[in-house]
Design a protein around this ligand. Structure first.
Ligand code: HEM
Length: 187
């Protein structure tokens, strides 16, 4: 039996089709400095502010959709953690070019990207701790619940995906990575 895209699991497809985007995003200035061991508190603040500019409008769009309780959407809101880290004295700039989050498959694809970023957050928070940088509330995220929250999201996503919506979910995940990347790289 030949394996077609239709019977490949949604998670496998997302992972393989966004792999290059993830790698590209990992090359951002903040992560390069972090990996090279010369990260500064100021660069961390700049990166957090960028992430806020994307997460805030994303979460606002998410709140226009109705989710069954199992999705724990209120709990998955994290933009406010960045405000705790930054305590900004003025409004932070918001990304003007967000991926469309109108349809359910579009929402699922974007959620895959933003929920998946909590996994990288665990790596980042350890590196920041080593560097003595205290603004780690956002990157710590769900803390010890990171693994279970990701597992539960993957389960719900798998149940929500079907042959008819798979392509749109994957397309939205790719677009979300691209828009996030463009926003992060914008000076
Ligand atoms: C905001 C930028 C980022 C986004 C949106 C993002 C997104 C994702 C996504 C969607 C996944 C899930 C992949 C899967 O299907 O298993 C993932 C996993 C992961 N990411 Fe990132 N990521 C980001 C930045 C980073 C950075 C900077 C690092 C490195 C410090 C990193 C390290 C990881 C790791 C270690 C995993 C888990 C891989 C595995 O268990 O197989 N990520 N990320």
């Amino acid at each position: 039996m030949s394996i077609t895209l239709e019977n490949t699991s949604i998670l496998q497809r997302l992972r393989s089709e966004t792999h290059a985007s993830h790698d590209a995003l990992e090359q951002n200035e903040f992560n390069q400095a972090l990996t090279a061991g010369h990260i500064s508190a100021e660069a961390t603040r700049r990166f957090l502010a960028k992430l806020y500019g994307f997460l805030q409008p994303y979460e606002a769009q998410l709140s226009l959709h109705t989710f069954p309780a199992a999705w724990e959407v209120a709990h998955r809101r994290r933009a406010h953690l960045i405000l705790e880290d930054l305590q900004p004295t003025s409004e932070l700039p918001l990304c003007p070019d967000m991926p469309p989050l109108r349809t359910w498959p579009q929402v699922l694809g974007a959620m895959y990207v933003l929920e998946g970023s909590t996994l990288g957050g665990q790596v980042i928070t350890r590196q920041l701790a080593k560097a003595g940088i205290a603004t780690r509330t956002y990157f710590t995220g769900y803390g010890e619940r990171t693994g279970p929250m990701w597992k539960s999201f993957c389960q719900l996503l798998t149940e929500a995906a079907n042959e008819a919506n798979q392509a749109e979910i994957v397309q939205s995940a790719i677009l979300t990575f691209q828009k996030l990347h463009a926003w992060i790289d914008q000076p």
